[in-house]
Ligand binder design. Sequence first.
Ligand SMILES: Nc1ncnc2c1ncn2[C@@H]1O[C@H](COP(=O)(O)OP(=O)(O)OP(=O)(O)O)[C@@H](O)[C@H]1O
Ligand SMILES: [Mg+2]
Length: 452
Amino acid sequence: MNNEPSKILIIEDEDVMQETLKSILKKTYAPIAVGSGFEGLEAIKNNNFSTILLDLRLPKMDGVETLKRIKKLDSEVPIIIVSASKDVKSAVECMKLSAFDYITKPFEVDELMAVIEKAQKLARLQKENTYLKESLKEASRYSDLIGKSPQIEKLHSLIRATAPTPSTILITGESGTGKEIVAKEIHRLSKRTNQPFIALNCAAIAENLLESELFGHERGSFTGALERRIGKFELAHGGTLFLDEVGCMSAAMQSKLLRVLEDRTIQRVGGNTPISVDVRIVAATNIVFEKEIQEGRFRQDLYYRINVIPIALVPLRERKEDIPLFIDYFIRKYNAILNKKVKSITPHALTNLMSYSFPGNVRELQNLIERAVVLCGEDSIKKEHLLGITTEKDCALLPLQDACREFEKNYIERVMKSAGNNHTQAAKTLGLARSTLNSKLESLGLIIRYSS
Ligand SMILES: Nc1ncnc2c1ncn2[C@@H]1O[C@H](COP(=O)(O)OP(=O)(O)OP(=O)(O)O)[C@@H](O)[C@H]1O
Ligand SMILES: [Mg+2]
């Protein structure tokens, strides 16, 4: 951290005033004093000042003109006008030209120090803001989307073509195929990249809270609404709103969302003023919409509004050439997080992974490698470090009935895991009624682990 006192420029032509200001400031700051606007501009070119104190009555070039020229050189440095009381008109003009503040002579030392402290705070915030913006740009320069299979290549070109447009995108794919990471990539490559990316998982929010989560609420609009809350639509203004698990919305919420997508205005719960929002929607789902529409659970008109550009993600088992790439990436990732030095994976363990079907897709592979890196005390991950995968070979020596039961147990466990232990969602994926799933969990001895 830099502990040097910050530099303050004093532009003041009266010697006595110059000396007074310097002696007040040098206890805390590093003041540099000059006697004219021209000298001030030269000093600014050669130094990095955190604040400038500017007298209004200066020889040759007055304070107002000096201020204008400083702003051209450095629009962010806070400038405090130090003026005589009769110069109020010029001081007001300076404020209009974005001076930070002004004080009139004679002034109290405390008054001067307080204004400078405020200006310093602003300068610090401005620096932080610039730094954050730069690091955001830096972070968003690279894609996190891994893969070299033809399917991923195709996905990259589809994203590149559609990201810059304002159109709504619907990403579909099994759990863990990378829907959220694709949504972020779309945002990164869009014109909105420096604006917010806001994500909301519609399945994770209780039905009665979803409306307020999306549109916000006014104070007192319902019990517990103690203050005004801004919803995700307003937070995403100018940027992208990622509506995850959009298929899980109730009929009432579906019609509200449809209205917003048509009007591009929202109303906070309990409010009656329409608020326009400029938001790019990217939605995702792992359910089959056509079936939901056919069975009356999802509105067809909303589906058409959302499904303007469909992006379907391919399951990992259908792009197996990406598996070694992911393994390498996740080994490096978890080495760094867990402070380990695992180098690779044995050919035997790799063969096991290559012949596995990954119902939980990339997320499942990621979890497997994380566990393996934790367990691995050697250079390479071996088969015994890969807990939780069952290849056909493992069941080969069991009687058929036991092998089936074993398979069923493992499979249901995997589906429960990838559904985030959500019984309704897991039952949907398995094509079972929720009650049937529960009795299966019970008969397979899994009910304690997955009690709802
Ligand atoms: N192509 C990819 N490159 C890098 N990481 C990936 C890729 N695909 C998936 N992942 C990683 O796998 C995990 C799951 O991905 P993500 O959360 O995007 O999946 P999802 O399709 O949204 O899953 P769900 O339907 O369960 O919400 C994340 O940690 C993500 O970083
Ligand atoms: Mg997701």
